[in-house]
Design a protein around this ligand. Sequence first.
Ligand code: EAX
Length: 327
Amino acid sequence: MKIRNSLITIAFLMFFLCAGYVWAGQVIKLAVVTKPGSAQNICADKFRKLLESRSDYKVKMYQGASLGTETDILKKIQTNDVQMGVITSAVFDAFLPDVRVLDYPFLFESYDQADRVLDGAPGQELLRRLEKAGFKGLAYSENGFRDLTNDRRPVHKVEDVAGLKIRVMESALHRELWKMLGAAPVSLGWPDVVTAMKQKSIDGQENPLSVIWSYKLYKTQKYLSLTRHVYSPHLNVANLEWFKSLPDADQKLIRQCMQEAASYQKQWNRKNMAFFLAGIKKNGMIVDESPDVASFRNRVAKIQSLPLFQDQDTQELLKQFLAAAKQ
Ligand code: EAX
């Protein structure tokens, strides 16, 4: 009797241990730096809903800088403390120089062009190269085209940028770009930027309309110039080793759900652009809707010859991107 009871107890324990193990394996930690309702979160949330409705996975979201900056999140994905993220492409700069091709200034003029290149061979090649840094690239969603805001003066042409303290992302490319444009760039992770603007330790920053709107930047920034200098995608990634350890069918499902979520998010972003702009104007920002973009473009025409792009692999990929963008 005693032995039988012990056996039953052991069997129960084993069952709960296994069940617990299997269940724990199904929780995916997914991080975005922005707060609910922002561009990254729309994609992450859609992904969570899609995956949970089609499988037993549970997606645990970390939002609103609870894990630090996007650079901090990427480090956590590399160590598999977090499995997935929807992350602004520029901050991959320190992890993999090839990623600089995405934020190359004035690479794209339209969404169609961006979609064609990113969904085409060059974009897919870049997603594969992320494996060199331990990431599985799953899809591109977007922040959108980046515009300049500041609290000092209207900026119409590149000369107006001279000396402005502009916050830039934690990216060597963005730092060099703003130096070339004449600014005094200050590297800062999001969302410390919002505090820096309130404290007036910077004059301006650059982000797409969705971010200017959702973070109410009109409260600290008087002027907006629609410079559209960089198309800013998100790279939606997973820890490579973790991803490869999943059954093939699950890998396929996760990729599929993330691709659907990314398309949904891009449509959301584009559909709302006019709404964001109207809201920004209504809140008193002075908007230059057609700045002298050619003056900006000319100033950075030689950026390709900077040491930033000296790495052979990066050079070759940049050529592919530039050629595909022209087609
Ligand atoms: O959403 O750091 C930045 O400027 C990024 O665009 C960030 O994703 C804000």
